[in-house]
Ligand binder design. Structure first.
Ligand code: FES
Length: 161
């Protein structure tokens, strides 16, 4: 995708995804999920394409993209760390892990390191409450996190990604 908007092949692919869902009730959400799955993020430049194709306003499409935290408006880093901040994990030290992650990575939750190596995100329960503080790193759920264990996992994951 470029500063002038998505290239023709991206537009064609987005139009094909729209065509696959044309006539479906509430087609926007499944289309956005498919775009995210295919490209890893939803370039803001595809919003006008979707608006035209689905006969929606750009504001409507933008509103849905920004409402759901699952949708990214920029590419993720090579490693994605999702730290659980729900109650059970909070009660066993999740906030300490979050503060440590922000400090060592030099970014806030919701950001990606400038070198594109790590994206730090928050989630609210990974179903791993008994082993909190929990996180999901590159799709793998890990538990019993503390700052030292997180450091070790970051080294392993960023070396392998
Ligand atoms: S509260 Fe963290 S995994 Fe459930």
């Amino acid at each position: 995708m470029t500063v002038d908007g998505p290239d023709a092949s991206v537009k064609d692919r987005v139009r094909a995804l729209v065509a696959a869902h044309r006539g479906d009730r509430g087609a926007l959400l499944p289309i956005l999920h498919r775009i995210q799955a295919e490209f890893g993020w939803i370039d803001p430049d595809v919003v006008p394409v979707l608006a035209v194709e689905l006969n929606l306003s750009r504001a409507d499409v933008h509103g849905v993209v920004t409402f759901y935290t699952d949708f990214r408006s920029e590419p993720a880093g090579r490693t994605t760390v999702k730290l659980c901040r729900a109650e059970a994990c909070q009660s066993v030290g999740a906030e300490k892990v979050v503060a440590h992650a922000e400090q060592v990575l030099g970014i806030k939750v919701g950001q990606t390191t400038p070198d594109g190596s790590v994206t730090l995100e928050q989630v609210f329960c990974l179903g791993n409450c008994a082993l909190g503080p929990a996180a999901q790193i590159n799709g793998r759920v890990v538990g019993r996190l503390d700052p030292r264990r997180l450091d070790a996992l970051l080294v392993t994951e960023t070396v392998n990604s």
